[in-house]
Design a protein around this ligand. Structure first.
Ligand code: OOG
Ligand code: MG
Length: 253
């Protein structure tokens, strides 16, 4: 199997906002092959000048695993092309079939050189925030196997983080909501993320160390959604809110 060709196909699907068929329908790929394809497709982005802005974890909650029919945690890379600011516009024409989900984000303050845990993590992050992640599977009908979605950089498409709050701000057992204007779309609890969203930061550090993936000051880690994702449409104002973390919004056009 030609990893390069598949990586190019997925990268082009994202660039042209044009869905492709699932790899797994034609090739039996393993997890490590899927991550190898992901790496190549991300290197295409870097070659175009995109800069890495962090890492994201996926399927860290039962709500997400059940919605998408998969069973394991996955991780992907974030770049500056995906980054949006609070209240900025998101143009539907740049995406295939985008969905939004509410997340919690961490800001790295020191290069991650060991696996993080409860005793050391405050030396490595200087902020927590509520975030919106926009996922946009490059596969037709948003359908994939675990390997397919990994190769596709875990559907990463865009994200916006709210104001950064001190790293000691409580993020455990807090309500997290996704809204369209004042209409609630989903409500969840932060502990739906691996029992405690900090576990997601710890897992990101473990994966970064194991794979030689830099997590450097200023990088963002997205912990994964606590609720299912929703398809978005032009005209919506998508807001993620979490108790004690405020809110972040994007305007869909
Ligand atoms: C894969 C991405 C999952 C999350 O927060 O669980 C994810 C997908 O659902 O398309 O970002
Ligand atoms: Mg997500």
């Amino acid at each position: 199997m030609n990893y390069n060709a598949i990586a190019t196909q997925l990268d082009q699907a994202s660039l042209n906002a044009q869905a492709v068929s699932q790899i797994s329908l034609e090739h039996a790929i393993k997890l490590d092959e899927a991550y190898a394809i992901q790496s190549i497709s991300i290197s295409r982005r870097y070659e175009r000048g995109e800069k890495k802005t962090g890492l994201k974890l996926g399927f860290t909650s039962k709500a997400k695993m059940e919605q998408m029919g998969v069973h394991d945690l996955i991780w992907g890379k974030l770049t500056d092309k995906m980054e949006r600011t609070h209240n900025s516009d998101l143009n539907m024409s740049e995406f295939i079939h985008p969905r939004a989900e509410p997340e919690i984000a961490f800001r790295i303050s020191k290069e991650v050189d060991k696996v993080l845990d409860n005793a050391n993590y405050l030396d490595y992050i200087d902020g927590v925030s509520v975030a919106i992640e926009i996922i946009d599977s490059r596969y037709e009908n948003f359908k994939f196997s675990l390997e397919d979605v990994i190769a596709d950089n875990c559907s990463s498409a865009a994200y916006a983080v709210g104001d950064w709050h001190p790293a000691t701000t409580n993020i455990q057992d807090i309500q997290i909501q996704l809204l369209n204007g004042d209409q609630e779309l989903h409500i969840g609890n932060s502990n739906a993320i691996l029992g405690n969203p900090l576990e997601s930061l710890f897992a990101a550090s473990r994966l970064a160390i194991a794979n030689g993936e830099l997590l450097a000051p200023g990088h963002t880690v997205l912990a994964g959604a606590a609720t299912p994702a929703v398809y978005i449409q032009a005209g919506q104002k998508i807001i993620a809110k979490a108790i004690g973390l405020g809110e972040v919004a994007i305007q869909v056009n």
